[in-house]
Design a protein around this ligand. Structure first.
Ligand code: ZN
Length: 224
C-alpha cells in the first residue's frame, strides 16, 4: 500500500462478504468481516484502510448500531484502532510472534468497552458500553474467546499485496495463502506468469533475439 488514498467520498467500501469459502464459523465471521473491511477507489483495485464512514456503514448493516444512532468521529477512530490492533494480532500469529503493543491496545479497548464476565446458565462475555464501543466490544469478546479455543489462529491475511482481506484458513496445516483462489490466487498466478515473460523478453533482447508474441497466459484475472 504505497499510495495515499484519495478523498473518502471517492471510495467504495468493501468487506469481501462474497468470498464464501473464506468465511469463519459462528460469531467469528463478524470479526473476520470487520477485519476485512477496506475501501477501494473508483477504477483502482488497490485496497485502502476503511474510512470512518465505511466502519459506520458496516456496523449499521450488521445491526450493531441503530439506524438513527449518531456516531462520533472519535468512536469511529477508536474502532479503526481496534481493527488495526486485531489485524496486527492476526499478522503476528501467522508469523509465530507476539505483538505486545497491539495486545496492550486491545486490553485497553476491552476495558473501555466495559467487557464483563457473566456466569450462569448461558455464560458470556458482554460489553457494558453502548454505541460503537459496545458493538466493537462484542467483537473483542468474540476474538478473545476465539483466542482461547484456538480458532482465532486460523484467521489469516491474504498474501496478495493489493488485497487486505482476512480469511479463515480451513486447510489442515494452516498453509492457505489466498482469501479466494478464484480471485487473488489466480491474479497472483497471472502476475507471476507476466513477470516471467517480461524477464524472458528482457534476456532475449539482451542477446539480440526479436520479441515474440506470448500465448497461453492464464485467464480470469479478477478483482481483489
Ligand atoms: Zn485476497
Amino acid at each position: 500500500m504505497a499510495t495515499t488514498p484519495g478523498p473518502a467520498s471517492a471510495r467504495i467500501p468493501s468487506g469481501h462478504e462474497d468470498s464464501v469459502g473464506s468465511q469463519a464459523p459462528g460469531p467469528l465471521e463478524s470479526v473476520r468481516s470487520f477485519l476485512s473491511l477496506h475501501d477501494h477507489e473508483v477504477g483502482n483495485d488497490e485496497s485502502f484502510p476503511p474510512a470512518p464512514a465505511t466502519v459506520e456503514g458496516w456496523l449499521r448493516s450488521r445491526g450493531l448500531i441503530g439506524p438513527e444512532e449518531r456516531v462520533g468521529e472519535p468512536d469511529l477512530e477508536w474502532a479503526l484502532n481496534v481493527q488495526n490492533a486485531l489485524r496486527a494480532l492476526v499478522h503476528a500469529t501467522a508469523i509465530g510472534t507476539t505483538d505486545r503493543a497491539a495486545a496492550g491496545l486491545l486490553d485497553e479497548a476491552a476495558a473501555e468497552a466495559g467487557l464483563r464476565l457473566r456466569f450462569g446458565e448461558a455464560p458470556s462475555v458482554r460489553p457494558q458500553a453502548d454505541g460503537v464501543r459496545g458493538a466493537v466490544g462484542a467483537l473483542l469478546a468474540v476474538s478473545f474467546l476465539a483466542e482461547l479455543d484456538g480458532s482465532f489462529r486460523r484467521l489469516r491475511e491474504c498474501c496478495a499485496p493489493d488485497c487486505t482481506t482476512v480469511f479463515f484458513d480451513r486447510s489442515r496445516n494452516r498453509t492457505a495463502k489466498w482469501c479466494s483462489m478464484a480471485a487473488c490466487g489466480n491474479r497472483s498466478k497471472v502476475r507471476r506468469f507476466r513477470e516471467r515473460e517480461r524477464e524472458r523478453s528482457r534476456s532475449r533482447a539482451a542477446i539480440g533475439v526479436g520479441e515474440t508474441t506470448v500465448h497461453g497466459a492464464p485467464s480470469g484475472e479478477g478483482r481483489s
